[in-house]
Design a protein around this ligand. Structure first.
Ligand code: GLU
Length: 504
């Protein structure tokens, strides 16, 4: 059996959309499942759309989610180069070979003459109905063409599509997709600047790189008929890859394709990593910077268009590899449910081991300039772990574990504070100065005793103590927080709180 070889073939025309990561993931899972090879190929033949930094972004994003290619630019492999801009001669050779086979032809029509034809007829298509009247080697002969090429005239090479054929696209998701060749145009294969179009480069490379399966987004399905024709015309049908076109990713509201602008619109990332383009509108937030764990993103994306056949939702990487099958990829669009992504992230954070969690959060703590010991951080993480959705919550929402309270929940203070509580808190503060041991349990015991003696109910004291320590009614258990903060900080917070309520 031939060894499975799949490729992820992005064009470096900007930040890689999260849908691109899903495509990469499905290719990766398929390769791993079949003991195959996962290849990265950079499709950068469209010089006009080249964006600096985009290739680096793609590689960084793949590394972040742990989808490291076995072959690709910078990854080694025997089928390189893996950047299409470095394979120009190869495409040139094959385009001319196709002309030699009588399946492609030279065309000299200038952009202006084509523009004139298009403005005269809105639906103008360069195809079998018009090509015999245009400036090409089919109409005017090979001798004419060779002379013009020798004279240095600009030309393109077009695929000669024969009308009246049914083109079958064998798609593992959609079955046999049929297209009538009469509806297809004579696609340009080699452009006037000597660069190949996507269609030619893609087919030549898939052939030479011995790709066995093409797994890519549904938006490429309309191109697939031309691709199948190219395999046929080159005489490569025996090794033509099988196709699997992945369903569209839809907006969170259900209808319409998820677009890069939806990130800002719905307040969620739709890119793997932050992307800073030239202008402010070109800033896109990434899942990484939003505080996601890469494995959670992988798990979320795996189920965005693929279903395991049962109701399992949490999958380790190994489980995904063994459960994945192209047959279980859906045909209809998959809704980008950001709430679900959050749910996965929360679950993954809860399940992280102490050391792993530390590795994720420590850089965030350091970036904020907080100076705490590993031991302190470890305890803080353990306390918050159950309560956070994003990694950033550890330093944003739970900032109070690293710096004094910035803001008190005034509404709760207004409801619960009364001046009679003043002496209780002042007394508590005094006791704390020497109280031993300064541990959650003993502090709780001692406070309970104080409440019993003074006749205050826990519902009167504890919410206010919580607000004194963390500023809000939410957050970890109040005595655990006190133990973590330690004697000095706890006293100082009770003190600040008293000053605050007494001043108001
Ligand atoms: N370069 C195309 C893209 O940007 C690749 C499509 C394919 O996989 O054939 O998605």
């Amino acid at each position: 059996m031939t060894k499975v070889r799949v490729r992820f073939a992005p064009s470096p025309t900007g930040a890689l959309h999260i849908g691109g990561i899903r495509t990469a993931l499905y290719n990766y899972l398929f390769a791993k499942k079949h003991g195959g090879t996962f290849i990265l190929r950079i499709e950068d033949t469209d010089q006009g759309r080249f964006v600096p930094g985009a290739e680096e972004y793609i590689i960084e994003a793949l590394n972040w989610v742990g989808l490291t290619p076995e072959e690709g630019p910078g990854f080694g492999g025997e089928f390189g180069p893996y950047r299409q801009s470095e394979r120009k001669e190869i495409y040139h050779k094959y385009a001319h070979e196709l002309v030699g086979l009588g399946n492609a032809y030279y065309a000299f029509d200038t952009p202006e003459s084509l523009e004139a034809l298009r403005s005269a007829e809105a639906n103008f298509t360069y195809n079998h109905t018009v090509r015999d009247g245009l400036d090409n080697s089919l109409n005017k002969g090979m001798e004419y063409a060779e002379k013009r090429i020798a004279a240095g005239d600009a030309y393109v090479i077009r695929l000669k599509v024969t009308p009246g054929e049914t083109v079958h696209i064998p798609d593992l998701v959609r079955g046999d997709v049929m297209v009538q060749s009469s509806e297809l145009d004579d696609k340009v294969l080699l452009k006037a600047d000597g660069m190949p179009t996507y269609h030619l480069a893609n087919i030549v490379d898939d052939h030479l790189m011995e790709i066995t399966h093409v797994i890519r987004g549904e938006e490429w399905l309309p191109s697939a008929a031309h691709h199948v024709l190219l395999y046929q015309r080159f005489g490569w049908t025996d090794t033509m890859p099988k196709f699997a076109h992945l369903p569209l990713i839809l907006k969170p509201v259900g209808n319409g394709k998820l677009s890069k602008r939806d990130g800002a619109k719905f307040g969620m990332p739709v890119f793997p990593l932050d992307w800073k383009g030239q202008s402010e509108e070109e800033f896109f937030q990434g899942f990484r910077e939003a505080g996601f764990i890469p494995d959670a993103v992988v798990n979320f994306l795996a189920l965005l268009g693929w279903h395991p056949g049962d109701d399992q939702e949490i999958f380790t990487r190994e489980e995904l590899i063994s459960a994945f099958s192209v047959e279980h990829i859906g045909k209809s669009g998959a809704r980008f449910d950001f709430e679900k992504a959050k749910w996965f992230n929360h679950k993954y954070i809860q399940d992280l081991g102490d050391a792993e969690l530390m590795n994720f959060v420590k850089p965030l703590v350091q970036a904020k300039g907080y100076k705490v010991s590993d031991e302190y951080l470890q305890k803080a993480l353990a306390m918050m772990k159950e309560r956070v959705t994003f990694l950033s919550d550890f330093v944003e929402e739970a900032y109070y574990l690293f710096e004094p309270v910035r803001k008190y929940d005034e509404e709760s203070i207004a409801k619960k504070w009364n001046t009679n509580l003043g002496p209780f808190f002042a007394g508590l503060k005094d006791i704390l100065v020497t109280f031993e041991p300064f541990s959650s349990l003993s502090l709780e015991d001692m406070t309970k005793k104080m409440m019993l003696e003074s006749g205050f109910k826990p519902g009167e004291i504890l919410p206010m103590l919580r607000i004194a320590l963390v500023g809000t009614m939410k957050g970890p258990a109040v005595f655990d927080t006190a133990e973590l903060l330690g004697r000095e900080e706890t006293i100082s917070r009770v003190d600040s709180f008293l000053q605050h309520v007494q001043a108001n």
